[in-house]
Design a protein around this ligand. Structure first.
Ligand code: SF4
Length: 99
């Protein structure tokens, strides 16, 4: 099952957990300082044991570009996004496109 970059999962509300490796890859791609990235784009998960990418008011991921329907950091997207739908807690995958 391969991702067809339909953007459906990027519009769903929920955690996108970040590993240390994810953060290193993304900050390097964005040419940002790690602390600045964490302050700007992440939030602490409810169990206070990890970081997640922040979402907009409509639940979409802050890195999702609605005008292009693409992820702005696709080449360095977090492992959780690479492994979709594993580790995503979904009730309904209607609308998500796979090969
Ligand atoms: S990081 Fe990219 S692929 Fe992952 S949810 Fe956000 S927009 Fe989608």
């Amino acid at each position: 099952m391969g991702c067809k970059q339909c953007g459906t999962c990027c519009r769903w509300s929920g955690y996108v957990h970040l590993t240390d490796k994810d953060i290193k890859r993304i900050v390097s791609y964005l040419n940002m300082d790690e602390i600045e990235f964490i302050d700007t784009y992440t939030c602490l998960t409810n169990n206070r044991q990890g970081l997640s990418i922040i979402e907009r008011d409509d639940g979409s991921c802050v890195f999702f570009d609605d005008s292009t329907n693409l992820c702005n950091i696709y080449n360095v997207r977090p492992q959780q996004c690479r492994e979709f739908p594993m580790r995503w807690h979904l009730k309904d995958m209607t609308g998500c496109q796979f090969d």
